[in-house]
Design a protein around this ligand. Structure first.
Ligand code: BES
Ligand code: MN
Ligand code: ZN
Length: 497
């Protein structure tokens, strides 16, 4: 899809489809009113006859409207103007994409970006429009032998900006939105791949390929290298799998040499059977998404590189499968992490923290400004926050606020949970420095408490994306989250929002 910015009166532009909004009840938005003037009151008459009342999501396609060179006009219901906030705006853009699928128009001029309703500025509106539009176009058809035959005709979309002087800012925001959307698409493609294709080796190759395409530094460590580093916790998870583990280290150097990096650590379990503490059969296929943290690190790196952010970022993804096997870890086994701390594995299904802890220790060598780990870590997080908010836990208030703000900006929101010492008791082990589970109460918090024992040397935050990285049911598939949150967090740091 080609995206562009267009200034000047929308009703005077040549396009295959001019999209204008109507608020409820029967109120023309400013671009619609301008078109109505040029068309001799045609839109007013349509509203009066009751053929479009502005209800959110309703559409009406008009052909050969007088007074405009546009071949078609799509009237789009936006709901009540007073309620036209972030959510309604994003839904309106998605509704445009849905309605355009059923038209023969090859290009469109969308005037939603020119609406000043809501509290957001033009840059936000344009960035979001590009992200939402591209997201709506995503098809999970990589592995279908026949692609969808009914390819939509739509090949390019222009977003209207009414003040010509705003065009450069809008172009810049458009490029950001597209970069973030490409990062999300990469994350979704990788996360949707089944575990027989998307193995640790495959993820390592994808990282190397991304590095080649965008001049990033990339190292992929094998089992032997991990043994030398003493990553006993990570390797204990890999023991049950015939797939060799990989430890991916990516470096994006857009900042000055002395700038401390942001380190992103992504959980990369390519399939989580639970190991010897095996999971029930129902919906186990969804555990192919257990590498979504690692996939979101790759997606974020792609977006960073496309945007050329003036920051240093390191991405670390420990990747392995969690399988039951004759050599898999047993409940009760005790392993030694890279940090030297010993861990009693009381449940082999709490494997995410076992691979992350060694990656968090490895992160120390980069002298990080801060470390953010991203993981589909606990089912408890889905119970606590559902599929709306990502769980956010941190040992630093400023970092937590910065990430939450990034999520707000991106409309990819996270909600903070406590990381109080009181919860640490639940991880007590009679035989090792800690147990890898803390019982049923506060499962998301105790998982983060476990990780906190490996993050004493830097500012750190943890994102639990178990509920937000993918959708179940009929719409099953990866969401690309939290790439928007992470990229907005980085954009904020780079003062590019
Ligand atoms: N990958 C799962 C977490 C998960 C579960 C994500 C369901 C999405 C949906 C993780 O490795 C896991 O199995 N966690 C256990 C931890 C428990 C054994 C302490 C869980 O949440 O049940
Ligand atoms: Mn598990
Ligand atoms: Zn897992």
């Amino acid at each position: 899809m080609q995206f562009s910015i267009k200034t000047g009166a929308p009703e005077k532009q040549r396009s295959a489809c001019l999209v204008v909004g109507v608020f409820e009840p029967r109120t023309l938005s400013a671009p619609a009113a301008a078109l109505d003037g040029a068309a001799g009151g045609l839109l007013t008459r349509i509203l009066e006859r009751g053929d479009m009342d502005g209800r959110a999501g309703s559409t009406l396609l008009l052909l050969d409207v007088p007074g405009t060179p546009a071949e078609r006009v799509l009237l789009l219901g936006l709901g009540k103007e007073a309620e036209f906030g972030d959510k309604a705006y994003r839904e309106a853009v998605a509704n445009v994409m849905r309605a355009m699928r059923d038209t023969g128009a090859a290009d469109a001029l969308v005037t939603l970006t020119a609406l000043s309703a809501g509290k957001r500025d033009l840059r936000w509106r344009v960035r979001q429009a590009a992200m939402v539009a591209q997201d709506a176009l995503f098809r999970a058809d990589q592995l279908k032998s026949k692609k969808d035959e009914r390819q939509p005709a739509l090949a390019s979309i222009a977003f209207a900006v009414d003040v010509a002087g705003d065009a450069p800012a809008a172009e810049d925001a458009l490029a950001q939105g597209q970069a973030i959307a490409s990062g999300m698409a990469l994350t979704k493609e990788l996360a949707n791949l089944p575990a027989n294709i998307c193995t640790p080796t495959y993820l390592g190759e994808q990282a190397l390929q991304l590095a080649r395409a965008h001049k990033l530094k990339c190292e992929v460590l094998d089992r032997e290298a991990m043994e030398k580093l003493g990553m006993g916790s990570l390797l204990s998870v890999a023991r049950g799998s015939h797939q060799p583990p990989r430890f991916i280290v990516l470096q994006y150097k857009g900042g000055k040499a002395k700038d401390k990096p942001v380190v992103l650590v992504g959980k990369g379990i390519t399939f989580d059977t639970g190991g010897i503490s095996i999971k029930p059969a129902a919906e186990m296929d969804e555990m192919k998404y257990d590498m979504s943290g690692a996939a979101s690190v790759l997606g974020t790196f792609k977006a960073c590189a496309l945007m050329g952010l003036p920051l240093n970022v390191v991405g670390i993804s420990p990747t392995t499968e969690n399988m039951p096997d004759g050599s898999a870890s047993r409940p009760g086994d005790i392993v030694t992490s890279m940090s030297g701390q010993t861990i009693e594995i009381l449940n082999t299904d709490a494997e995410g923290r076992l691979i992350l802890c060694d990656a968090l220790t490895y992160a120390e060598r980069f002298n990080p400004d801060c470390v953010v780990d991203i993981a589909t870590l606990t089912g408890a997080c889905v119970i606590a926050l559902g599929h709306v908010a990502t769980g956010l836990l941190a040992n630093d208030d400023a970092l937590a606020e910065e990430l939450a703000a990034g999520g707000q900006q991106a409309w990819d929101r996270a909600w903070r949970m406590p990381l109080w010492d009181d919860y640490q008791e639940q991880l007590k082990s009679n035989f090792a420095d800690m147990a890898n589970i803390g019982g049923r109460p506060a499962g998301t918090v105790t998982a983060a408490c476990f990780l906190s024992r490996f993050t004493g040397k830097y500012r750190w935050a943890h994102l639990d994306i178990a509920g937000t990285a993918w959708r179940s049911g009929k719409e099953k598939g990866a969401t690309g989250r939290p790439v928007p949150l992470l990229t907005h967090f980085l954009l904020g740091r780079a003062k590019r929002l």
